[in-house]
Design a protein around this ligand. Structure first.
Ligand SMILES: Nc1ncnc2c1ncn2[C@@H]1O[C@H](COP(=O)(O)OP(=O)(O)O)[C@@H](O)[C@H]1O
Ligand SMILES: [Mg+2]
Length: 253
């Protein structure tokens, strides 16, 4: 068993008297891509905000990279990055300027060099000198993710990285996420798209009703369901069927 880089135990969070997280438990191994899957409003962003020190949980413990979120939030902040659900870049600046700005904010020694490296790595040299306002949705996401890599974080949190993107841009983001993971960064992403989890994730956790109701590899999740034999053809359930069955909505669609 690999070392866990994230350990969540009994995390609860309510907004006023609405309990959103009702005792969330899970662990994320170092390296690889972990997907937190859940419908709109399931509490994915809330969980991400807790893990990235932006929001305090009411109960439970959160350990990131060996640090406790209550005791060592700044150590945690220095080894993670977060790309939010909504793109957070300055549209009036060029892609290159956005990267340089972040590098300066993070007190990186050679902001221009770091910006240029990321521009090349993300295959954006042609767009680097154009204002971000002229970029496509996929390109904005790409520069957004590039920005989160300034300073080489150990863990990158991506909150719904492809929501609202067209299919082509989505493929583009998937490719980047795979490359990130291949370079050794642990990727934690949330998604409401089953196909996205299916395509990208080494481990999938399903958040529903305020709890993690399943956590496994895609293969493991598929094993929960004996293949239905139709003559000689084995039918594998899709992640969508698994998801709907687990949350008890089979047939409601
Ligand atoms: N600041 C807030 N105040 C009150 N309710 C909130 C707040 N943030 C989120 N919620 C509610 O908590 C629930 C979970 O939200 P969220 O974590 O954003 O879910 P998800 O990211 O899975 O769509 C939703 O019902 C949402 O309306
Ligand atoms: Mg969200």
């Amino acid at each position: 068993m690999k070392k866990s880089i994230i350990e969540i135990k009994g995390v609860k969070k309510a907004y006023k008297d609405v309990e959103v997280l009702k005792g969330v438990d899970f662990e994320v191994e170092q390296g690889g891509i972990f997907a937190l899957l859940g419908s709109n409003g399931a509490g994915k962003t809330t969980m991400i905000r807790i893990m990235t020190t932006l929001l305090k949980a009411d109960k439970g413990s959160t350990q990131i990279n060996g640090f406790d979120i209550e005791k060592n939030p700044s150590e945690i902040r220095s080894c993670i990055s977060l790309t939010g659900q909504f793109v957070a870049i300055d549209e009036l600046l060029t892609g290159g300027e956005n990267l340089q700005m972040i590098a300066k904010l993070r007190h990186i020694k050679n902001p221009n060099v770091v910006a240029e490296e990321l521009i090349n790595r993300f295959g954006m040299s042609e767009a680097a000198d154009r204002r971000v306002g002229t970029y496509s949705g996929g390109m904005k996401r790409r520069i957004d993710i590039a920005m989160s890599l300034v300073g080489n974080p150990k863990i990158i949190f991506l909150d719904e990285p492809t929501t609202g993107l067209d299919p082509e841009s989505r493929l583009e983001v998937w490719k980047i996420v795979k490359e990130l993971s291949a370079s050794g960064t642990t990727v934690f992403l949330t998604t409401q798209y089953l196909e996205e989890a299916e395509q990208l994730a080494d481990k999938i956790a399903i958040l529903h009703g305020g709890k993690i109701i399943a956590l496994d590899t895609l293969e493991g999740l598929k094993k929960l369901f004996p293949p239905a034999k139709v003559e000689y053809v084995e039918k594998q359930p899709t992640l969508e069927e698994i998801f709907l069955t687990i949350i008890g909505k089979k047939g409601e669609k």
